[in-house]
Design a protein around this ligand. Structure first.
Ligand code: UDP
Ligand code: MG
Length: 139
């Protein structure tokens, strides 16, 4: 799998961090093959995060992801899903390794600035959630 999905979450777009986060990720060797700015409604947010339905943070998460604009990116690199998770860091910014995106910019376990598709949770489903194949560009 050489593609994965990144979402710059509403806490990050509100703090004008999209550029800094993308620069860091591109500097790690990723290429942007698709990108768009969106504002999800709660139905779309709930569908995207349906794997978490029933968990105590689900309602909060759906509200959060639909609370403002997001930037969704399809990124390419060798071993993209695993590599992006490493660059992004652990879910809880306090536990994320030094220099990772969440360590640098995250403010809480919920408001952790980015989503990165999990390698074992079907990254292609997440890419297809936001992009048709015609909206992805490789050259
Ligand atoms: N989340 C939360 N509380 C938790 C765990 C997760 O608010 O205890 C939020 C957080 O924004 C996280 C998202 O739900 O990024 C999805 O959770 P997951 O465990 O899949 O973490 P991720 O894959 O994003 O690292
Ligand atoms: Mg996850």
């Amino acid at each position: 799998m050489n593609r994965t999905l990144l979402i710059i979450k509403p806490d990050a777009t509100k703090r004008n961090l999209a550029g800094a986060i993308l620069k860091q990720i591109i500097d790690e060797g990723f290429t942007i093959v698709g990108m768009k700015m969106l504002w999800l409604n709660k139905e779309q947010g709930g569908e995207f995060y349906k794997i978490h339905k029933g968990k105590d943070f689900y309602d909060w998460l759906v509200n959060f992801i639909s609370s403002g604009p997001i930037v969704v990116c399809c990124l390419k690199s060798p071993n993209a899903p695993k590599k992006l998770r490493e660059v992004v860091g652990a879910t809880d910014p306090k536990k994320a390794a030094q220099g990772t995106v969440r360590n640098l910019y995250g403010t809480s376990v919920g408001e952790n600035v980015v989503h990165a598709a999990a390698p074992d949770e079907d990254p292609q489903r997440e890419i297809s959630f936001f992009f048709t194949e015609k909206e992805l560009f490789e050259y």
